[in-house]
Design a protein around this ligand. Structure first.
Ligand code: A2P
Length: 332
């Protein structure tokens, strides 16, 4: 018998992608339940050619289900966790609600697949920038442990949901038409602009997004001693994040060796044309499953250190795809 699956937040930017990824996945989905707020109840969405009706997410939504993919925000995940677990339904949660909780595995299948097996009903999907970064770094870290990561990120609108993507469209249109436009989803004008990530500022001056990269890297690589430093910036791109990574290793790492490791790594593609000075861009990685990496340089300022450029679709590997891959690991 196949699996009975729910997507909580099915109408959102990530939820819509979860449906598409599930259609292509190796999971044998027998039944799919689309759950969202009461605002969306009655809407229809298509899965494998069949029209399905969206229902309101309630505590009774999980009876008899095997898997629930959650992407409706942290407060919804917290509210429905117990009902989901009590129903014996595996919760794969895209929010940050449980990521740092002991007993909740935080998993990228290419990085720490074994952690998924320790779950007690809930598995957390990591932060999108961290997933994209570690998918590219894990194959290097395995042969030459990383001592320090410095990351600068260029993050797309999709990380703030469907409404932020629409605001980028509308703000751009208004800008081109020389009309006034007041942003409502993001705090600042986004079209033809950029700003440091707007997640809440912490006492140490880092924003929450930056600290997620620090803390989640430590948890997934199971090494608190790795120094991680990040500067996260929102740029007016729709759905793909880019990251400039500066990585200090334990030992010297040859550029050719790094390229060879990335070329052989699952979930990673090397994409670049050095002669044309062309490197992976959001237009290359958007709607693609793999993370695209390249532009490896030896840091001229410091030994044992390489620079790496990575781009990845925030909605896919950064969210929906990774969540479905976690489910494939455990239930496939
Ligand atoms: P809805 O479309 O009915 O508001 P995004 O991340 O793109 O903003 O999407 C958020 C997702 O979470 C949407 O599917 C949204 O449904 C869903 N959601 C928001 N609030 C609730 C709620 N109170 N109960 C269930 N789903 C919710």
């Amino acid at each position: 018998m196949g699996l009975r699956v729910a997507v909580a937040g099915a109408t959102g930017a990530v939820g819509v992608e979860m449906l598409k990824v599930l259609e292509r996945s190796s999971l044998n989905v027998d039944e799919l339940h689309l759950l969202a707020s009461s605002r969306s109840a009655g809407k229809t969405m298509t899965f494998k050619g069949e029209e399905l009706t969206v229902k309101e997410l309630t505590e009774d939504s999980f009876a008899g289900l095997d898997l629930a993919l959650f992407s409706a925000g942290g407060s919804i995940s917290k509210k429905f966790r117990q009902a989901c677990v009590d129903a014996g339904c595996l919760m794969v949660d895209n929010s940050s609600a449980f990521r740092m909780e002991e007993g909740v595995p935080l998993v990228v299948p290419e990085v720490n697949p074994d952690a998924a097996k320790q779950h007690q009903g809930v598995i957390a999907n990591p932060n999108c920038t961290t997933i994209i970064m570690l998918t590219a770094l894990a194959p290097l870290h395995r042969v030459n442990p990383i001592k320090r990561i410095h990351a600068a990120t260029y993050q797309a609108a999709s990380g703030a949901g469907q409404a932020a993507m629409e605001e980028l469209y509308n703000g751009t249109r208004a800008y081109l038409n020389e009309e006034s436009f007041t942003p409502e989803v993001l705090p600042f004008p986004y079209a033809f602009n950029l700003f440091p990530h707007n997640s809440p500022l912490q006492e140490n001056g880092y924003c929450e997004e930056e600290m997620k990269m620090v803390n989640e890297t430590h948890k997934m690589l199971e090494d608190q001693s790795i120094k991680v430093h990040a500067t996260c910036v929102r740029v007016p791109v729709l759905r793909t994040h880019a990251e400039a990574l500066n990585i200090e290793f334990t030992n010297e790492m040859d550029i050719d060796e790094a390229y060879a490791l990335l070329k052989g790594a699952p979930g990673v593609q090397v994409l670049e044309d050095r002669e044309s000075n062309r490197w992976a861009m959001p237009i290359d990685a958007s709607e693609q499953y793999d993370v695209y990496a390249g532009r490896i340089r030896k840091d001229i300022s410091q030994d044992k250190t390489l620079d790496l450029w990575v781009v990845g679709d925030q909605l896919l590997k950064g969210a929906a795809l990774n969540a479905v891959q976690i489910a494939e690991l455990v239930l496939g």
